[in-house]
Design a binder for this molecule. Structure first.
Ligand code: TYM
Length: 340
């Protein structure tokens, strides 16, 4: 009898910043896709990227609290912490160590082209720090540290992922096949959820409150925000992002949450008014978020449990990271470590 060949599992890696309340954009563009990798084929790591968060000034107590809350959101969204590695970036020093090495393989010109850097430095003109500039290199380090194959993210992170791929290829070109070159995985619908008030801009937690739905918004707040969402004046429910950005955004939200295409969602609402469209969006959002919210509430009443998960998983992540880091350090010629 032939012995079956056991393929090593592919690594899936993603992260979310604990830098404010999470939005429906984070959920639809990223979080809800984290569950979609069969465990016999993939090992998934999901990180609370607190080191990324301090590129913008944070209140320390609030940041610490939000790290635990985000870990709670990961679990409440259905990620089993025994099967997925859920951990905090700052608990694994390999991120910063690999970042330093990768900094030396990244060009200033590449970083200068990053749109997120341009946006954030315009928004925080009084604090254009070096961390904001080299942020994409830290993200590349996060991904490459674990030999990641797949990175589920929203469309706004595509440029950063491309840079991570370029750095990996450049490094491999010099030292041989050290890094797996990662691929982005984007949802067919909802890779860019738009602002409720300015539907040509992406929904963002750093914009005013009425432009986004927070994952922990209570049902009445969700209802009110969607009711006030900007549509248009021609009253036709049709998916046409260019000419009808507001209506198309609402249709995409329904589609993403019900696993349909936006066209199917539009067909279901044919001939009805925008009031009905908004009711449908509200129902879908509440039906999705309510179970997540009640599970999150339960978890937050037992912070010790969540902290324990982060501690255990940081050990696993550290073991995985150290293996890769040592390989990279050897490749670039760092001094041998005595084996005592
Ligand atoms: P962050 O924290 O801004 O967002 C987390 C995830 O949510 C997605 N997202 C959206 N998707 C659709 N529509 C939106 N309006 C929307 N807003 C946010 C983001 O694309 C992202 O997937 N740099 C990253 C965090 C990061 C990371 C990583 C991700 C750090 N290291 C390694 C993947 C792998 C960021 O700031 O995401």
């Amino acid at each position: 009898m032939e012995t079956p060949i056991i393929q090593p599992k592919k690594i899936v890696y993603s992260g979310i910043q604990p830098s404010g309340t999470l939005t429906l954009g984070n959920y639809i563009g990223a979080l809800r896709n984290f569950n979609r990798f069969p465990e016999d084929e993939y090992q998934c790591l999901y990180c609370v990227v607190d080191m990324h968060a301090i590129t913008v000034r944070q209140d320390p107590a609030a940041l610490r609290k939000r790290c635990l809350e985000l870990a709670g959101i990961y679990i409440a969204s259905g990620l089993d912490p025994k099967k997925n590695v859920l951990y905090c970036q700052s608990h694994v020093s390999g991120h910063a160590e690999l970042m330093w090495i990768l900094n030396c393989f990244t060009y200033m010109g590449e970083l200068n082209r990053m749109t997120q850097f341009k946006d954030k430095s315009a928004k925080h003109a009084d604090n254009i720090n070096a961390g904001l500039f080299t942020y994409p290199v830290l993200m590349a380090a996060d991904i490459l540290l674990f030999n990641t194959s797949v990175v589920p993210i929203g469309a706004d992170q595509k440029q950063h992922l491309e840079l991570a791929r370029d750095i990996a290829q450049r490094f491999n070109g010099i030292y041989g096949d050290v890094f797996t070159v990662p691929e982005g995985r984007f949802g067919k619908v909802g890779a860019r959820v738009m602002s409720l008030q300015e539907p040509t801009r992406k929904m963002s937690k750093s914009d005013p409150e009425d432009t986004y739905i927070a994952l922990l918004d209570p049902p009445d707040v969700i209802r009110r925000k969607i009711k006030r969402a900007v549509t248009d004046s021609d009253a036709e429910i049709r998916f046409d992002p260019e000419n009808k950005p507001g209506v198309s955004n609402l249709l995409s939200i329904i589609a993403a949450l019900t696993d349909q295409t936006p066209e199917q969602a539009a067909a279901e609402l044919q001939g009805q008014g925008y009031g009905k469209l908004k009711e449908r969006v509200t129902d879908c959002v509440i039906a999705t978020l309510e179970p997540l919210q009640s599970e999150h509430k339960r978890l937050m009443a037992d912070k010790g449990y969540v902290q324990g998960i982060l501690d255990e998983n940081a050990e696993i992540a550290n073991r995985m990271a150290t293996k890769m880091l040592r390989k990279v350090q050897r490749k670039v010629g760092f001094a041998e470590r005595g084996r005592r």
